[in-house]
Design a binder for this molecule. Structure first.
Ligand code: UDP
Length: 235
């Protein structure tokens, strides 16, 4: 495998499958099976899942709710998704640990960097829940931060789109895909890969990003193999 230790970022919305809200168990099972397959190659994997399928602080604030309160609710939503994925992985025979940035001792270990690394070394999938534990951040930033902390080789951003395009391919049929792109080009062209805080954290800490279509069967394995799938953001 090209990469030894990776952090996979999944959006909350990706767990909805074809549903409008919540968690689609078939989709979750598909992800669990793909993850199991790549683990058998010896890759160490950590995962961050968003909460956008359940709750987003910024949207709650638009409706008049206190932003900080909403953000904590969003972080709790990521815990629900993380627990769902943990269950599916375990059903598929994968050993996991869920580490939370907010203390929830009955359901998750607290986030301790050294523990996370030890779990990875033992072949367990480590799921980082509750984002960064701070309001005004996103799970993309949590993913970048944790990936840097555990010294991951790459951050894999699984999306519905198969990479980074010159424009939004769902709106513009003439948009073309980049196989590789540099961090500077992303800034210059104003492309939307992750939110800027997350993206800049990766740039400043020399952490490459691969954006790829996680819903296409076999893609995760191909990405880890170094095959040309998705878009690689490099230096
Ligand atoms: N959130 C937060 N701090 C974090 C991570 C997440 O406050 O470090 C909150 C924020 O309200 C966010 C919500 O949790 O909208 C869900 O996360 P996100 O929007 O990143 O999920 P995704 O879009 O990936 O599903």
């Amino acid at each position: 495998m090209k990469y030894k230790r990776v952090l996979l970022k999944l959006s909350g919305e990706s767990l909805m499958g074809d549903k409008q809200f919540g968690i689609d168990h078939e989709r979750l099972n598909q992800y669990a099976q793909e993850i199991k397959e790549v683990l058998s190659t010896g890759v160490e994997m950590a995962i961050v899942i968003g909460g956008g399928n359940i709750f987003r602080g910024i949207q709650a604030a638009e409706g008049g709710m206190d932003r900080v309160q909403g953000d904590y609710m969003g972080m709790l939503a990521t815990m629900i998704n993380s627990m769902a994925l943990q269950s599916k992985l375990e059903e598929n025979g994968v050993y996991t640990r869920l580490l939370s940035a907010i203390k929830m001792e009955q359901i998750a270990e607290p986030f301790i960097r050294r523990k996370a690394i030890r779990h990875l070394e033992k072949g367990r999938v480590v799921i980082f829940g509750a984002g960064t534990g701070n309001p005004y951040f996103t799970t993309d930033t949590a993913a970048s931060l944790r990936a840097i902390e555990i010294e991951a080789d790459v951050i894999l951003k699984g999306t519905r789109v198969d990479g980074i395009y010159t424009a939004d391919p769902e709106k513009n049929p003439d948009a073309t895909k980049f196989n590789t792109i540099t961090f500077n080009e992303v800034y210059e062209k104003g492309l939307n890969v992750m939110d800027m805080t997350a993206f800049t954290l990766c740039n400043e800490n020399k952490l490459p990003i691969i954006v790829f279509d996680m819903d296409k069967g076999g893609n995760l394995l191909k990405v880890l193999n170094g095959d040309s799938v998705g878009t690689l953001v490099e230096f």
